[in-house]
Design a binder for this molecule. Structure first.
Ligand code: AMP
Length: 282
C-alpha cells in the first residue's frame, strides 16, 4: 500500500493506472477508521482493480463552533487498518494543497440539502460537495463509495455526480453498527461511558418505529413522537431532529407511504450523532 500526500503525485499515479487499463474506485473519508469505512473498501475491492482511500479532514464542511480542531486523527493506525483491508493507496493531501491561498470555488447542490442536517449545518453540504468534486477530479474514479450512515450526504453526492456529468458511479452502502446497534462513527470516541450507553437508544428507537409502521401506523407524527419519547428517556440526550421524509426527495411527509426514511440527529452531551433507516410501505 502506498501513501500519497500530494495532489500532483496522485494525478501521476492515476494517469499510470489508467494507461494500464485499471479501473479505480474512491472511498473518501476523514480518517480515524472503523469497520464502517472498511465495509466500503470491501465493496470497492470487489468491483475495481485499484482502491484509493482519501483521508482528509475537510475544514470547509465544519461550522465555526464544530469539532474541526479536535476531530480524532491517527494516520499510523489508519494506515495499518487500511493496509489490512486491502486499500491500494491512501491519498492524504495537505490543507494547503487542497485549499491554497486565494481558493474561491464552491459547489452547491440545492433541494436535497435543505432539510435534515442542512437546516442546522447550512455550510456543511457545500463543503462536502466541494471537497468531493475536488477528489473526483484528482482521482478520476469510475466508482465512489459512501455510507448510508450519512444518507443525505450520499444522496447529495449521487445527485451532484449525475447533474454535473461527472462520470462517477456513486454507491451507497449499508450502515455498519456496534453490537448494541449504535452506528459506527469516528465521533463515538467523544462519548463518556454514560453517553455511550444512552446512545444505543438511537437504534432501538429506529427499530421501534419500523415495528410501529409494520403494524400499520401511517401517521408520521405519531411515529416521530414515539421515537422522540424513547430518546428523551435518556438523560444525556438532546434531540436536534427526528424526521420522517420521502426517501427520494428528503422532504417531510405527513402520511407514511412508499419509500420513506426516518432520520435522527441527537446530541449526547456535546457529541452530535446521526442515524437513519429506510422503510418501504406498499
Ligand atoms: P467519515 O470519515 O465519517 O467522513 O466517513 C467516510 C465515509 O464512511 C462516508 O461515506 C460515511 O458515510 C461512511 N461511514 C461512516 N460511518 C459508517 C458506518 N457506520 N457504516 C457505513 N458507512 C459509514
Amino acid at each position: 500500500m502506498k501513501t500519497i500526500e500530494n495532489i500532483s503525485r496522485m494525478s501521476t499515479f492515476v494517469k499510470m493506472m489508467k494507461k494500464e487499463g485499471k479501473s479505480i474506485s474512491l472511498v473518501p473519508t476523514m480518517g480515524y477508521l472503523h469497520e464502517g469505512h472498511l465495509s466500503l473498501v470491501k465493496a470497492a475491492k470487489k468491483h475495481t482493480d485499484v482502491v484509493i482511500m482519501s483521508i482528509f479532514i475537510n475544514p470547509i464542511q465544519f461550522g465555526p463552533k464544530e469539532d474541526f480542531e479536535k476531530y480524532p486523527r491517527d494516520l499510523k493506525r489508519d494506515e495499518e487498518m487500511a493496509r489490512e483491508a486491502g486499500v491500494d493507496v491512501i491519498f492524504y493531501p495537505s490543507l494547503k494543497d487542497m485549499y491554497p491561498e486565494g481558493y474561491a470555488t464552491y459547489v452547491t447542490v440545492e433541494k436535497l440539502t435543505g432539510n435534515l442536517c442542512g437546516e442546522s449545518r447550512p455550510e456543511h453540504f457545500r463543503g462536502v460537495a466541494t471537497v468531493v468534486t475536488k477528489l473526483f477530479n484528482i482521482v478520476k474514479p469510475e466508482v465512489a463509495y459512501f455510507g448510508q450512515k450519512d444518507m443525505q450526504q450520499a444522496m447529495m453526492v449521487k445527485k451532484m455526480a449525475s447533474d454535473l456529468n461527472m462520470g462517477v458511479e456513486v454507491k451507497m452502502m449499508p450502515v455498519v453498527r456496534e453490537k448494541d446497534g449504535l452506528a459506527m462513527s469516528s465521533r463515538n470516541i467523544y462519548l463518556s461511558d454514560a453517553e455511550r450507553r444512552d446512545a444505543a437508544v438511537l437504534y432501538q428507537s429506529l427499530k421501534n418505529a419500523e415495528m410501529l409502521v409494520k403494524n400499520g401506523e401511517r401517521d408520521a407524527r405519531k411515529v416521530t413522537k414515539a421515537v422522540e419519547d424513547m430518546i428523551k428517556s435518556k438523560q444525556s440526550a438532546r434531540i436536534e431532529y427526528v424526521k420522517l421524509v420521502d426517501a427520494g426527495e428528503l422532504s417531510d411527509v405527513k402520511m407514511i407511504t412508499g419509500e420513506i426514511a426516518l432520520a435522527v440527529a441527537v446530541f449526547f452531551g456535546e457529541t452530535r450523532l446521526i442515524d437513519n433507516t429506510t422503510i418501504m410501505v406498499k
